[in-house]
Ligand binder design. Structure first.
Ligand SMILES: C[S@@+](CC[C@H](N)C(=O)[O-])C[C@H]1O[C@@H](n2cnc3c(N)ncnc32)[C@H](O)[C@@H]1O
Length: 247
């Protein structure tokens, strides 16, 4: 396998290989489409939160891993909204990683470094990244395999580094309705922030906090201040668990 050439990656096809070419972030679901007219609007809720939380993303120099990056939307929307980081993406699906290269706009400069996962495992060095994001991935990982993902995120993170786990909030009834009717989520097992916090704490003594996101349809920009005022309320469609590794 040539790590620089996703076309040469071998191995069992991953579940998401089947969805890679047409992947549009679940927007095939009519209820989700009513809330926003592009998948990027949903991703941008997370990237705006990240840019507020990590202002240094704008100035450059941070090494950022997007674990289970899919077609690279989180990295791309981050870059399009002002992030100047050194991006690396990994995924178990070679088909998804090939899409990152295809979809990365030339105006954003070089494509992120891309690498295939072997299960939970990545080829990165210990302590390589300042920030690791994992967005809408864990609910696709079988429960028994999730500890290996938390361990891997902790391994590749520098001391003092941060992990941001974005997930669908199972307490939100509309989320459960949409997930139950979206083909790509047929094997999904949703998880709440408590499970994420416990999973992370089994690996290291992280400082943890949780914000809730996406109370309002992401297409309605004039309601963003409502979202920002409600991050404490455990009913948003999404949540983010933020973890800081001990220095
Ligand atoms: C719903 S997509 C989300 C993609 C991207 N993070 C985003 O927010 O757009 C889930 C991704 O997780 C990847 N993934 C990584 N590790 C996985 C695992 N152990 N089991 C299932 N999916 C996994 C899938 O291949 C897929 O690309």
């Amino acid at each position: 396998m040539n790590r620089d050439d996703p076309a040469s990656w071998s191995g069992e096809p991953a579940e998401f290989d089947d969805y890679a070419a047409g992947y549009e972030g679940g927007l095939d679901n009519p209820v989700k489409r009513m809330m926003g007219n592009s998948a990027d609007q949903f991703i941008a809720v997370k990237t705006r939160w990240l840019l507020r939380r990590e202002p240094k993303l704008r100035t450059g120099g941070l090494a950022v891993l997007d674990y289970g990056c899919g077609v690279g939307s989180l990295m791309r929307v981050l870059a399009e909204t002002g992030a100047r980081a050194d991006f690396t993406g990994c995924d178990i699906s070679a088909g998804m990683l090939r899409q990152v290269e295809k979809r990365w706009p030339a105006k954003l400069g070089k494509t992120p470094v891309l690498a295939p996962q072997q299960g939970a495992r990545t080829p990165f060095a210990d302590g390589q990244f300042d920030i690791a994001t994992i967005s809408a991935v864990l609910h696709h990982v079988p429960v028994a395999e999730r500890p290996a993902v938390y361990a891997e995120l902790g391994r590749v993170l520098k001391p003092g580094g941060r992990i941001y786990v974005f997930e669908h909030n199972p307490r939100n009834p509309l989320v459960r309705y949409v997930i139950a009717r979206t083909p790509i989520d047929r094997n999904a097992i949703l998880l709440d922030p408590t499970e994420v916090r416990h999973g992370l704490l089994d690996v290291a003594r992280y400082d943890l906090d949780t914000d809730y996101l996406m109370f309002m349809p992401p297409g309605l920009a004039f309601l963003r201040s409502v979202d920002r005022a409600l991050t404490w309320l455990p009913l948003g469609a999404q949540y983010v668990v933020a973890a800081r590794k001990p220095a």
